[in-house]
Design a binder for this molecule. Structure first.
Ligand SMILES: NC(=O)c1ccc[n+]([C@@H]2O[C@H](COP(=O)([O-])OP(=O)(O)OC[C@H]3O[C@@H](n4cnc5c(N)ncnc54)[C@H](OP(=O)(O)O)[C@@H]3O)[C@@H](O)[C@H]2O)c1
Length: 223
């Protein structure tokens, strides 16, 4: 039975991913920054760990708690949204987006590389966004968010070369425009449908070890 670790799993796409991977027979290790506010997640029966991805000590504590436990699929889902553009940018918020969306997933990957290397599948997937595609950027909103996801994508393109030597595959993923607190009420895709698509993309990625940027339906996106 494969083991899958999912961050930011208490609501939204993360919670839907927990349910989807469990329904496909995975043992799920789920993290949330405040487990006292994670009733829906607790109800899934997933193994729980507290993790604030923006706190290096919290990441270190998770790695220590896992010890050498093999992780087959690592899903870096935790993230912050933001629609602001110039001249309304809040630069403290900009730094927070970079901490949570860009630096944190790379720090989690770095800390859990030994666990991934010990797993069978050796796949680390990252919830990026089509808004992080430089080529597809043709309108002005979400400047800090776009920068944070484009930065994540570049981090993955760089890390992929180093991690390939350990047999680890990285995937940058766009989950669709999903009806969550971040995506809002108007979003056309339900979290469960996004999670079902992402499950297929993540677990079906084994044949090629190359880093790719996919959407939830398996379409390749331009960087
Ligand atoms: N929804 C969309 O349409 C869409 C589109 C493209 C990409 N994405 C990406 O998909 C991922 C999930 O989005 P979502 O729509 O499910 O968002 P969401 O409903 O706002 O949920 C975000 C999750 O991330 C967690 N999180 C935020 N900061 C964290 C931190 N410092 N440490 C640990 N967890 C933290 C939140 O935990 P708390 O409950 O503690 O705040 C929550 O569990 C994000 O990376 C997002 O950028 C979403």
């Amino acid at each position: 039975m494969p083991t899958t670790l999912i961050t930011g799993a208490n609501r939204g796409i993360g919670l839907a991913l927990v349910r989807e991977f469990q329904s496909n027979g995975h043992t799920v290790v789920a993290t949330a920054r405040d487990l006292s506010k994670a009733a829906d997640l607790k109800a899934t029966g997933a193994q729980l760990h507290a993790l604030d991805v923006s706190d290096p000590a919290s990441i270190k504590a998770l790695a220590a708690a896992l010890g050498g436990r093999p992780i087959d699929y690592l899903i870096n889902n935790a993230g912050l949204g933001d629609r602001a553009d110039m001249p309304s940018l809040d630069y403290d918020r900009f730094q927070e987006l970079l901490r949570v969306n860009t630096i944190a997933p790379i720090r989690v990957l770095d800390a859990l590389t030994p666990n991934l290397a010990a797993g069978e599948a050796k796949v680390a997937a990252f919830l990026s966004s089509q808004l992080g595609s430089i080529e597809n950027t043709n309108m002005g909103f979400g400047l800090a968010y776009r920068v944070s996801k484009a930065g994540l994508n570049m981090g993955l393109r760089t890390a992929a070369h180093t991690l390939a030597a350990k047999g680890i595959t990285l995937l940058a993923l766009h989950p669709g425009w999903v009806k969550t607190d971040m995506g809002g009420e108007a979003a056309p895709v339900l979290p469960a449908d996004s999670a079902a698509g992402l499950y297929k993309v993540i677990t079906g990625s084994g044949a090629s070890k190359e880093l790719r940027f996919f959407d939830w339906e398996g379409r390749t996106l331009p960087w």
